[in-house]
Design a protein around this ligand. Structure first.
Ligand code: NAP
Length: 315
């Protein structure tokens, strides 16, 4: 049996792929979940019968995390509510910030050797005061005051929870690596759809193409980067986790060719205004590519996402 590791929110989109790849690599895997009934897809994975144990735990209950982390070599802290908009800020700020404090405290008390946390590009890019020509990389942080002003509670939650994790790690000498993915697409293992793949579906079924750049990464590359971050002793700090920067028109063109039956043929892009988002030449993913070497082509990611939703009857 391989080393023991734990994944928080194991039933989620990204976490399910982390669990799947950990089992493939021979790890003994634990997962914290709020609702074990949602986890049939995990129990059916190769190796799960022999090497996967699920623990019922909530991020807001420190005590509930301890048995899951006891004796673990590494913990992947992935759980966090995900939505583009939260009407009540507490719905995301509480689980993200208090939840991260509970996870970090429990990891420290249980002497976990390395924590790999899933933060977000949302903790990197949201800064209205960044000079227009500044290349955005791991050294950049979102501006919490601006996030509050924009009521961007998800970005605020990811920024503040990641800052808390770094402060805690420094004070307690806990080994921490942080992965900051951008928009994550790719096939889903869990039985229900999730926020980001749903967004992709809504774009091709919608009425207009955003006139904007999009940074994206395949969920299988995100899972891989988390695992290599645990395994590679030289890994350190934050990783801005994106594989491609393309225009939304490229997204739609790939999918319209492959799935004409699912795309609105009237889709138009209003190009009368300047292109939104951060231009490709103004971001860098060199550090990620030093960790995982190669990434899945975006055409494959997009096609695999919609094929998977189609197969599951979600289109
Ligand atoms: P997801 O499929 O919605 O999974 C979220 C997970 O968090 C679920 O297991 C959920 O459990 C759990 N969770 C939420 N609130 C919790 C709480 N109070 N206590 C315990 N568990 C809780 O989301 P995902 O897309 O895989 O995202 C996973 C992580 O990646 C998050 O940290 C997110 O911020 C980050 N991320 C995602 C993307 C993306 O594009 N998807 C991009 C950047 C960063 P339940 O099923 O019980 O609700």
């Amino acid at each position: 049996m391989g080393k023991i590791v734990c994944v928080t929110g194991a039933n989620g989109f990204i976490a399910s792929w982390i669990v799947c790849k950990l089992l493939q690599r021979g790890y003994t895997v634990r997962g914290t979940v709020r609702n074990p009934e949602k986890c049939g897809h995990l129990l059916g994975l190769d190796g799960a019968k022999e090497r996967l144990t699920l623990f019922k735990a909530d991020l807001l209950s420190y005590e509930s995390l301890l048995p899951a982390f006891r004796g673990c070599h590494g913990v992947f802290h992935t759980a966090c509510p995900v939505a583009f908009q939260f009407d009540n800020p507490d719905d995301v700020l509480g689980p993200a910030i208090q939840g991260t404090e509970n996870v970090m405290t429990a990891c420290s008390n249980e002497k976990v050797q390395r924590v790999v946390m899933t933060s977000s590009g949302a903790a990197i890019v949201a800064d209205p005061n960044r000079p227009k020509d500044k290349v955005v990389d791991e050294s950049c942080w979102s501006d919490s005051e601006a996030c509050k002003e924009w009521k961007s509670w998800y970005s605020l939650a990811k920024t503040e929870s990641e800052k808390l994790a770094w402060k805690f790690a420094k004070e307690k000498g806990l080994d921490l690596i942080v992965i900051c993915p951008v928009m994550v697409f790719g096939p889903i293992l869990q039985p229900t759809s999730n926020t980001t793949v749903e967004a992709l579906k809504n774009i091709i079924k919608g009425s207009s193409i955003p006139n904007s750049w999009i940074r994206l990464v395949d969920v299988r590359d995100v899972a891989e980067s988390h695992i290599v971050a645990l395994e590679n002793e030289a890994a350190s700090g934050r990783y801005f986790c994106f594989a491609h920067c393309i225009h939304y028109k490229d997204v739609v063109s790939v999918l319209a060719k492959k799935f004409p039956q699912h795309c609105n043929p009237e889709l138009q892009c209003d190009e009368s205004q300047p292109v939104g988002g951060i231009a490709p030449e103004l971001t860098k993913n060199d550090k990620l590519l030093s960790l995982i070497k190669e990434t899945i082509p975006y055409e494959q990611t997009l096609v695999d996402t919609i094929s998977c939703l189609d197969d599951k009857g979600f289109m």
